[in-house]
Design a binder for this molecule. Structure first.
Ligand SMILES: Cc1ncc(C[n+]2csc(CCOP(=O)(O)OP(=O)(O)O)c2C)c(N)n1
Ligand code: SF4
Length: 285
């Protein structure tokens, strides 16, 4: 070392969530500005805040961009078939009821190909949290029209605008019997964190729909822009907090997305009553 050299010590602050991340899987698959990374961050902040033992957790995903989220988490992960996350989740919960099971799905995975499983998991009150990333299209396959694409939207397969009516996924979950239902958006991180955390705390079938940007496909086709800022701005403009929306008429709410918590109730969870008679009496939620 030179005689007059100065020794400088630098403190590097390590992101406290890094311990949950599978670094060997980096670089990740998501496009720059995709909302999937924000959803992953929100989920890990919830796990950290609640001090959940990730060794007792299983994360399940099907196929799709959103389904890649658990690939980057250090938990037992099952990443497999499009739209079949809930049958796996059911099997895991029946075998190991104490395992915390979380499903990550795109809107297509959850309520298009997986729609039938979704309504029956809600009816049964399967003790699983389902985080549905609604990016308004089938992103991984190139941006086709999907069940939550707003009417009139240009997508890869609807060049003159979609003529289909979209689902209200939260209303579907509520009607089918889900015991925690909430909608968040990547444009409001604080609210997303709060609703995901409540989902993690809930016992029973919980659904958190997260409106999320896909600048690469939805943005380019529907909004004419691949800019993440433009895409986030579009989502922000569409969202209305539930408190405000409650005082508005259906006409005023047309085309808007109400965010917040819609239900949080307790009822017995599914334990496989078909085969195990004692389970009918067991386990109030
Ligand atoms: C059984 C089956 N059908 C269709 C496909 C093709 N496929 C792969 S991903 C995907 C769409 C994914 O859309 P979504 O679930 O909304 O997730 P995103 O990519 O938008 O996050 C489709 C149709 C497949 N892999 N398997
Ligand atoms: S295609 Fe869309 S959803 Fe998929 S990683 Fe890229 S931005 Fe995200």
């Amino acid at each position: 070392m030179a005689e007059n050299a100065e020794v400088i010590s630098i403190e590097i602050e390590v992101n406290p969530l890094r311990k949950y991340v599978r670094e060997e899987k980096m670089p990740h698959f998501f496009c720059p500005g995709c909302g999937c990374g924000q959803v992953l961050g929100s989920f890990l902040r919830g796990v950290d805040a609640l001090n959940i033992d990730i060794n007792g957790m299983a994360a399940i995903a099907g196929v799709g961009c959103s389904a890649r989220i658990p690939v980057y988490m250090k938990v037992d992960t099952l990443h497999g078939v499009h739209g079949r996350t809930l049958p796996w989740a059911t099997g895991i919960k029946l075998h190991s009821p104490d395992t915390k099971v979380v499903v990550f799905a795109g809107d297509g995975d959850a309520v298009s190909i997986g729609g039938n499983h979704f309504i029956h998991a809600a009816r049964r009150n399967l003790d699983v949290l389902m985080i549905v990333v609604n990016n308004f299209n089938f992103a991984m396959t190139g941006g086709q029209v999907a069940p939550m694409t707003p009417p009139g939207t240009v997508t890869m397969t609807t060049p003159y605008g979609s003529g289909e009516a979209p689902f209200d996924m939260c209303a579907l979950a509520l009607a089918a019997g889900a015991t925690y239902v909430a909608r968040a958006a990547t444009s409001d991180i604080a609210q997303m964190d709060q609703l995901v955390k409540k989902g993690l705390e809930h016992k029973g079938f919980g659904v958190v729909e997260i409106l999320s940007q896909c600048p690469t496909h939805f943005g380019r086709y529907a909004l004419g822009s691949g800019s993440p800022e433009v895409n986030l701005g579009w989502i922000r403009e569409l969202c209305l907090p539930k408190g405000k929306a409650d005082a508005m008429s259906p006409e005023e709410l047309e085309g808007k997305f109400v965010t917040g918590e819609f239900v949080r109730v307790s009822r017995p969870v599914f334990r496989g009553s078909t085969f195990i008679k004692e389970n009918l009496q067991k386990d109030g939620a």
